[in-house]
Design a binder for this molecule. Structure first.
Ligand code: HEC
Ligand code: HEC
Length: 156
């Protein structure tokens, strides 16, 4: 029994150090704050301003959740109230001018279509976020497929 437990601990330690040793392609910014006193309280930097110009942005790839081009300040999003749906649900979209949530938002995990928004799509900000015009925390080399020499349908 004890031998098994020791073996398991050794295994767990190996796995942990392996994961650490592999590291990341680029280390993310540290969360501990500035050195030499990492835990010292420092004034927080002002929050970035969100882009709220109401201009819908092109998606970087077809399945990207479109970003939110308007302010969502103070919009309630709870089990009882969903301010987003008050504009974006099908029944209200014509009057509010908001694009209707797409067909995938009515679909259950099994592909069953529902009459109303699917519970897994209820908390909109799980996927949709506003954008701030700021420097990326972690650099990336994302390239649009269309810029990689692929031919797209209907080009000629
Ligand atoms: C008062 C009505 C209203 C509310 C409330 C609202 N929206 Fe919008 N939304 C719009 C309108 C109108 C647009 C079209 C662009 C614009 O005018 O800003 C839009 C655009 C969007 C888009 C961009 C769609 C695209 O195809 O580019 C997303 C995503 C979005 N809203 C998500 C949300 C989320 C998430 C919430 C809740 C946190 C929310 N909206 C609350 C009216 C609303
Ligand atoms: C699990 C992630 C997820 C959640 C939660 C979610 N969405 Fe989306 N949404 C997406 C994705 C991905 C797309 C683009 C592909 C598609 O239409 O499914 C999208 C597309 C949209 C669009 C554009 C529709 C169009 O036809 O151009 C709107 C508007 C939108 N969502 C609003 C909402 C609102 C409002 C909520 C909350 C009630 C919500 N979404 C919840 C992932 C999500």
């Amino acid at each position: 029994m004890n031998a098994i437990r020791t073996a398991m601990i050794v295994l767990a330690c190996c796995a942990a150090s392996l994961t650490l040793a592999q590291g990341l392609p680029q280390d993310p910014p540290e969360l501990t704050g500035p050195t030499p006193q990492p835990m010292e309280p420092i004034p927080a930097a002002p929050l970035e301003r969100y882009v709220t110009d109401d201009v819908r942005q092109m998606r970087a790839y077809p399945e990207q959740p479109p970003i939110i081009p308007h302010s969502i300040e103070g919009y309630q999003l709870s089990v009882n109230a969903n301010r987003c749906l008050s504009c974006h649900k099908r029944e209200n979209s014509l009057g509010t001018g908001a694009p209707m949530i797409s067909i995938t938002h009515f679909m259950t995990r099994e592909g069953q279509m529902l009459a109303d928004v699917s519970p897994r799509r209820y908390f909109c900000t799980q996927c949709h976020v506003p954008q701030a015009d700021t420097e990326a925390l972690v650099k990336n080399t994302f390239t649009d497929m269309a810029d990689m020499g692929t031919e797209t349908a209907g080009d000629q």
